[in-house]
Design a protein around this ligand. Structure first.
Ligand SMILES: CC(C)(COP(=O)(O)OP(=O)(O)OC[C@H]1O[C@@H](n2cnc3c(N)ncnc32)[C@H](O)[C@@H]1OP(=O)(O)O)[C@@H](O)C(=O)NCCC(=O)NCCS
Length: 209
């Protein structure tokens, strides 16, 4: 299947977002010059879909999600039975810029069904790579998984997307298998990674004093 989300998540592994091609080195943070504007994370809403799609098509040129995929995901992101958490990262508005809208520079989404979370998608604008924004988005999504009482979180990533894999490894994700030809039409393989939540019974025991 393509790397799109599955509306009802019949199998957790079927719903996980694509990884993409190897990525050139990130632009370094500016030295001197204009200070970097801070990115603020907030819930993704339907009016964010258009700017998110712009990033999506740039960052996932082979298998970008359609507008309908995002609409479908957001339809499950609110209310007492919500199973999704979607976030965007928005740059602060520069002073005297003449606009009150910040630029969207990242997004990510998590689905949670029956105690299993899936990182459906995560991406940051190229000019933000290496600033820690990907890590911030992932931290929030893992926090959402905790809120949904997930005991594990899964994701799939293209086998050649080493930058993303390093990010996931830093957060405790471990490879558990491959999905051959998962990403079409390019026929790229996916690495499946999992992060388990340590329960109190598994936690290392602490010696009493
Ligand atoms: C993968 C992706 C989300 C990572 O986002 P990011 O914002 O670059 O992530 P981070 O900045 O948190 O970390 C990435 C790297 O920057 C480094 N970094 C983090 N903060 C930094 C800082 N303040 N200064 C310098 N480097 C920093 C990290 O150490 C890390 O380096 P490493 O990969 O060599 O260990 C982003 O590259 C992306 O959108 N890629 C295209 C879409 C994609 O592949 N998504 C994943 C699909 S599975």
């Amino acid at each position: 299947m393509s790397a799109g989300p599955s509306p009802d998540l019949p199998q957790a592994l079927n719903s996980v977002r694509a990884g993409e091609a190897p990525i050139p080195a990130a632009a370094p943070p500016p030295r001197g010059g204009a200070p970097q504007l801070a990115a603020v994370l907030r819930e993704m809403r339907w009016w964010d879909i258009a700017p998110v799609l712009e990033l999506e098509r740039e960052l996932f040129p082979e298998d970008a999600w359609s507008p309908g995929m995002f609409w479908s995901e957001l339809a499950h992101a609110r209310g007492p039975h919500a199973t999704r958490r979607y976030l965007v990262a928005e740059l602060e508005v520069p002073p005297h810029s003449g606009t009150d809208e910040g630029r969207l520079v990242g997004y990510g989404g998590l689905a949670a069904v029956d105690g299993t979370g899936d990182i459906q998608t995560i991406a940051t604008a190229r000019d933000q790579w290496g600033t820690g924004l990907g890590a911030r988005l992932l931290t929030e999504l893992l926090g959402a998984a905790t809120d949904f009482e997930c005991h594990e979180v899964l994701l799939e990533v293209r086998v050649d997307n080493l930058r993303a894999q390093r990010l996931y490894e830093r957060f405790g994700f471990e490879p558990i298998g491959f999905r051959r030809g998962y990403y079409q039409p390019g026929n790229h393989d996916a690495l499946v990674m999992r992060r388990t939540t340590q329960t109190s019974s598994e936690a290392p025991s602490v010696q009493g004093t």
